[in-house]
Design a binder for this molecule. Structure first.
Ligand SMILES: [Fe+2]
Ligand SMILES: [Fe+2]
Length: 379
């Protein structure tokens, strides 16, 4: 039995002290090397034997878009006004729900100015994490092209490399041109990406990136798309999500076949990896770097974040793609439901019967929809 300590570096999942002890030490470095030594696999079997991946690849070829010309970059964005409008639409101070008693805390003295600044910093931070996560996806899918043994998967993964380059491009441009500052990668996200990239087994790259990180991203983009009142960001996310739906499908379609063949011990390792990834992503929600920049005591602020039950419900929704996909892969119930138990403790098991993302990508292809309506308007 692998202990929590061995998997996530602490015994108690909610040990705030331990969570906050993970920080980035080299925030000023321009590059970061991760040692990995996977085999690059040639295949001489060029037959197109996986129809679901063939279909996905065809879709990816026709739904490419150009970040430079397909988005309304001339949209004027006044970030403070947007934060204020989002606050008006989504309620209260824009951060804590009414569940949390802020009296006696540093936030009790905050006025509009501070709450708006928190909204601005949170947005800079969130989009910066999307940016770094997208680069992680770019590196992972380039890796998958090399390491996956099937030709249909190599073909498809190559289209995803282009998709991810486009995503890095749009988030970097949005941050540079429309927002007010970048944040370095969150310490927990970095730990997770390092683990994914440092693992030389090809399916772990898939599990970590396609199922866990991208599953969460797809849900997170969906929320932000719904919540934001800013039209450029809305459109940007709409197109990025169209791509992400294919990416998550790629993970589900590929791993299902592979995991059906694994031994019980091998499946258990995948369960542990999924659990570790889920914990890292949840730790990231505390956005410790933002509190630091706002000059608030990080421990005090994160303690309040952890007490916010409404916020927790909202955050658990970010697992609404991951849990059904893990179920479809057989990871929830293997080893006497080990991962089911863990996801129950994390408060996310209620999503197990939501739609898995194996097929959803066709319905989410907003790029194709826009092209069809433009063609109809021109005809
Ligand atoms: Fe992406
Ligand atoms: Fe992606």
């Amino acid at each position: 039995m692998t202990s929590n300590m061995e998997m996530i570096g602490r015994d108690e999942i909610n040990d705030l002290e331990a969570i906050l002890s993970i920080t980035n030490t080299d925030v000023d470095a321009v590059s970061h090397a991760v040692n990995a030594n996977p085999d690059a696999i040639f295949t001489w079997d060029y037959s197109r034997s996986r129809p679901a991946l063939v279909k996905l690849y065809e879709k990816a070829k026709t739904s490419q878009w150009n970040a430079t010309t397909d988005l309304p970059w001339d949209t004027d964005v006044d970030q403070e006004k947007v934060v204020l409008a989002n606050m008006m639409q989504n309620g209260e101070n824009g951060f804590f729900s009414g569940d949390v008693d802020l009296s006696g805390t540093p936030f009790a003295k905050w006025g509009d100015k501070e709450w708006i600044e928190l909204g601005v910093q949170s947005q800079n931070w969130t989009l910066s994490q999307f940016l770094h996560g997208e680069q992680g996806a770019l590196i992972c899918t380039a890796r998958i092209v090399e390491t996956v043994p099937w030709i249909d998967a190599k073909y498809y993964a190559s289209t995803q490399v282009m998709d991810e380059a486009r995503h890095v491009e749009v988030f970097a441009k949005y941050l540079d041109d429309k927002l007010s500052g970048h944040y370095p990668i969150n310490a927990h996200l970095r730990l997770l990406l390092d683990d994914i990239i440092g693992d030389s087994r090809w399916d772990m790259t898939y599990l970590g990136m396609q199922i866990m990180v991208e599953g969460l991203a797809l849900a997170a983009f969906g929320f932000m798309h719904q919540m934001t009142t800013e039209p450029l960001l809305k459109q940007l996310l709409r197109y990025v999500m169209s791509d992400e739906a294919r990416h998550v499908a790629f993970g589900v379609l590929s791993l299902k076949e592979y995991y059906d063949e694994l031994s019980a011990a091998e499946v258990r390792e995948r369960q542990e990896f999924a659990f570790e990834a889920a914990v890292r992503m949840r730790d990231r929600f505390l956005q410790q770097e933002v509190w630091d920049r706002m000059g608030v005591d990080v421990k005090e602020a994160t303690k309040l974040v952890m007490l916010d039950e409404t916020r927790k419900i909202f955050q658990s929704m970010l697992f609404s793609k991951i849990v059904p996909n893990c179920k479809k892969l057989g990871l929830l119930d293997a080893a006497d439901g080990w991962l089911r138990q863990r996801f129950t403790e994390l408060g996310v098991i209620q999503f197990e019967d939501w739609t898995d993302t194996g097929e959803e990508y066709s319905a989410l292809d907003e790029v194709a929809k826009d092209r069809a309506s433009q063609a109809a308007a021109g005809a």
